[in-house]
Ligand binder design. Structure first.
Ligand code: NCD
Length: 308
């Protein structure tokens, strides 16, 4: 693994081994044995992703270099590439990046010589969210094969929909979408079903918020919940074992009835908890593959000299 930009770059075996590693890290969060610096470069708002990366990094004993877009040189026009290059120059060992561009990874990955983890790329990819969702489903069902999963909401503008649909179907799940006509994306190979059908037939109903910041359409979403969301009535139609997921932030009473956010079927807060462990696993795997967890030859020599 070079930079971690997409779940597509992982083999199925690597996906499962990261899920197992995340489970193991829950009980045994041993800090790394080296001083390693990380910068979290978030150019879009974030609560869960940024903070769970922060907790994961701290649990691993990493030093976090402070970055806030508004008080950084980004506010003076510095590009993402030059900012990333700056952090590399001053000694960062890893970058975690979220940016509104769909393709920032392509622009960065050749010029930057430290690992980059994708914490969200425009409408294109959100691989760490996908991995924490896979972990949550794996804990619940023990496998992905044959699971009926409906991803419902603003499919067209959601990076979570794309990352999750592709990864889940590669692992053997049967993925459907459900969306208002303006939020459908024709270029995907997944069938669209109504929310009534989704509620009745799915093992997992995965809801998404309307991505207002990615389209100018003010829209009239007054009856959105009744037409396209998970209402209390639809929840009653769900299969006995079926669960509700949502990457959050949740807009209560828009895509989901407020009372369902913390209901028995909901795994929304479990997803957040899993985000810490899967990010620890991804960080460890990436740093390991870059040789950053191993002692350098110089360190080995220094130790040898000291022990003489
Ligand atoms: C998602 C995102 O940023 O894409 N949130 C998250 O990372 N937990 C979903 C969203 O913003 O709707």
């Amino acid at each position: 693994m070079k930079h971690f930009t997409s779940v597509n770059q992982l083999t199925k075996e690597e996906v499962y081994s990261l899920l197992e590693m995340a489970e193991a890290l829950k009980g045994n969060p041993l800090p790394l044995q080296k001083q390693l610096f990380v910068a979290n470069l978030f150019y879009e708002p974030s609560t869960r992703t940024k903070m769970s990366f922060t907790v994961a990094e701290r649990k691993l004993g990493m030093e976090i270099l402070d970055f806030h877009q508004d008080s950084s040189s980004a506010a003076k026009g510095e590009t993402l590439y030059d900012t990333a290059k700056t952090f590399e120059s001053i000694g960062a060992d890893m970058l975690v990046i979220r940016h509104a561009s769909d393709s920032w990874m392509q622009e960065l990955q050749n010029g930057i010589s430290i690992p980059i983890l994708n914490a969200g790329a425009g409408k294109a990819e959100h691989p760490t969210q996908c991995m924490l969702d896979l972990l949550t489903i794996y804990q619940e069902f023990g496998s992905f094969r044959g699971l009926q999963i409906t991803i419902a909401g603003d499919i067209k503008h959601s990076r979570v929909a794309k990352s999750n649909a592709d990864a889940l179907s590669r692992l053997g799940a049967i993925v459907s979408f459900s969306a208002a006509p303006e939020f459908m994306e024709a270029s995907h190979p997944y069938p669209y079903i109504s929310m009534d059908e989704a509620a009745r037939s799915s093992d997992i109903v995965m809801l998404l918020r309307i991505q207002h910041e990615r389209h100018c359409d003010e829209g009239d979403y007054v009856d959105y919940l009744e037409r396209y969301g998970l209402t209390k009535e639809r929840e009653k139609q769900m299969l006995p074992h079926a669960i509700i997921m949502h990457p959050a932030p949740v807009n209560r009473n828009v895509e989901i009835d407020a009372s369902l956010v913390e209901c028995e079927r909901s795994r929304i807060f479990k997803q957040m908890k899993n985000g810490v462990y899967i990010r620890m696993a991804i960080i460890k795997k990436t740093l390991g593959e870059w040789g950053k967890l191993n002692e350098t030859t110089i360190e080995k020599r220094q130790k040898a000299i000291i022990s003489i």
